[in-house]
Write a protein that binds this ligand. Structure first.
Ligand code: FPP
Ligand code: MG
Ligand code: MG
Length: 310
């Protein structure tokens, strides 16, 4: 049996299901050409899977809004939720692979990036392949709203990446621009997928909205330097120039330490964690222990995410 602490640990709670998702992912990325199979499967190999936050959050959300996890694959809605977790993870990995090509990154998750390993051309095609596999699996779920939510998420990912690439000096100084870009890049996939979980569970629009809000608040992070800029107008010019120049980084850090930037970032992150938790608290009361544990786990996860900004 699990200890009391383990019973609330989100990763322990659904460890077996997340492993099952991981196993299925490996078989889903098999292509006609062996080179493509190995490139597309690069981040799904044993030891390369990362923290698998997406599947964990989505399966906990599925439990938090509906039935227990005991039925496993006998339970059809659960199987559909697991497919959605697989699909979301594939989209996530696809976006990271493309991002590393765009950023010319050599590493990812403490390993060689895929572009470093197999070259840009193969990496781009592997990312495309994963995206296509994700959407063909989504089509199999036979729910147009779910496909549409995932399409919105990918549209947002691309838009966020473009907003970052095409940023003007004035936009660099705008908190609104920053938050919009951040939402698109880091929160849109999880928020839309959380909503898709509720759609698949045939939940009310209220529950769909709460699931979406949870994902949105979980994914949002902020830039301390923009707060520092409000206190020290001198920082404006540095932010406008961007941080390619190491001297700018050094100067910005100096101002940051004199400012309330870090504290304000922390309290905003705490605010988001609180809002994520209140989306969960606004769900209808339940007596089911699995549902309650899953809700607690989602709230704990939001706290844990908040601490990352500390
Ligand atoms: C990481 O940003 C990048 C993302 C979270 C999204 C990237 C999105 C695209 C490349 C658009 C294409 C999307 C698909 C689905 C094919 P980062 O470079 O700021 O952070 P990191 O490299 O340190 O993780
Ligand atoms: Mg990058
Ligand atoms: Mg990038």
């Amino acid at each position: 049996g699990l200890t009391a602490k383990e019973q609330l640990d989100p990763f322990v709670l659904i460890k077996d299901e997340v492993s099952e998702v991981t196993d299925r992912l490996r078989s889903m990325v098999v292509a006609e050409v062996p080179e493509l199979t190995s490139a597309a499967g690069y981040f799904f190999r044993a030891g390369a899977e990362g923290k698998r936050t997406c599947p964990t959050v989505l399966l906990l959300m599925a439990s938090a809004i509906s039935m227990g996890i005991a039925d496993g694959l006998e339970n059809k809605p659960r199987a559909r939720h697991m497919h959605l977790a697989e699909i979301t993870e594939m989209i996530h990995i696809s976006s990271l692979i493309h991002d590393d090509v765009l950023d010319d990154a050599d590493t990812r998750r403490g390993m060689d990036s895929l572009n470093f390993k197999v070259g840009k051309k193969f990496a781009v095609l592997a990312g495309d392949f994963l995206l296509f596999r994700a959407f063909s699996a989504a089509v199999s779920l036979d729910n147009t709203e779910v496909v549409s939510l995932l399409a919105t998420a990918v549209n947002n990912l691309v838009t966020g990446e473009l907003m970052q690439m095409s940023i003007t000096p004035a936009q660099r100084c705008s908190m609104d621009y920053y938050l919009q870009k951040t939402y698109y890049k880091t929160a849109a996939l999880i928020s839309n997928s959380c909503k898709a979980i509720a759609v698949l569970a045939e939940q009310t629009t209220e529950v769909q909205a709460l699931a979406y809000q949870y994902g949105r608040h979980l994914g949002i992070v902020t830039a301390p330097i923009l707060f520092a800029m409000e206190e020290f107008p001198e920082v404006h010019e540095i932010v406008e120039q961007g941080f390619d120049d190491p001297l700018n980084v050094k100067t910005a850090l100096k101002y940051l330490s004199k400012s309330q930037g870090i504290e304000r970032t922390r309290s905003l992150a705490a605010e988001h964690a609180k809002l994520a938790a209140s989306a969960i608290d606004d769900l209808l009361d339940s007596e089911d222990q699995v549902v309650l544990n899953s809700r607690q786990a989602l709230k704990d996860l939001a706290q844990k995410f908040m601490r990352r900004t500390k």
